[in-house]
Ligand binder design. Structure first.
Ligand code: COA
Length: 152
């Protein structure tokens, strides 16, 4: 069977209902509409969606802080996982961010699937933030990137 056509594009306010549905099915603490609006208004932010057959099935949020690209959110609907969408969104965000030397993120220490995902892309754990999520610690993960090199 042919692979479905995937389109990656910038998120708009009109995408919020679909994006919040993705979040609601993927995240233990999904963002409210107010948080999403604030993030989308940030001049440092970049937010992308992946569409399959015209339907939003995944999203990524990032913030550029100096030469670091911080991943603030990433979610792929369960039925679309393990098809490369997470990796494609991360790569697309990096390609659209000039001058990033490092990608940094926090992930729940008990989120084994996401940790394995980031490790598969070359990320390493560089620290922990105790009780960052209240009920769980955060693992801080980081990947150095060079503009000349395709890392994943
Ligand atoms: C983590 C997440 C974004 C990964 O998205 P995805 O589209 O399934 O990831 P990809 O298909 O691009 O995976 C790339 C590689 O990562 C690794 N990987 C991804 N998910 C994995 C898992 N659950 N277990 C082990 N390895 C995994 C694999 O090596 C995979 O390559 P392969 O499928 O060829 O073996 C997705 O599982 C998700 O939305 N999880 C819930 C939300 C979440 O935890 N977000 C992260 C918050 S920090």
């Amino acid at each position: 069977m042919a692979s479905p056509v995937v389109a990656v594009r910038e998120m708009t306010l009109e995408d919020l209902p679909a994006v919040m549905e993705v979040d609601g099915r993927c995240m233990s603490a999904p963002w409210s509409a107010g948080v999403w609006r604030g993030e989308l208004a940030s001049p440092l932010g970049l937010h992308l969606v992946a569409e399959v057959e015209g339907r939003v099935v995944a999203q990524i949020g990032t913030k550029r802080i100096l030469d670091e690209l911080h991943v603030t959110t990433l979610a792929v609907l369960p039925e679309h996982r393990r098809h490369g969408l997470g990796r494609a969104l991360l790569r697309a965000a990096l390609e659209r961010t000039e001058g990033a030397r490092r990608v940094v993120l926090e992930v729940r220490s008990r989120n084994e699937g996401a940790i394995l995902f980031y490790r598969s892309l070359g990320f390493a754990a560089v620290g922990t933030r105790p009780r960052y999520y209240g009920d769980d610690d955060a693992l801080v993960m980081s990947l150095d990137v060079s503009p000349q090199e395709e890392r994943f």
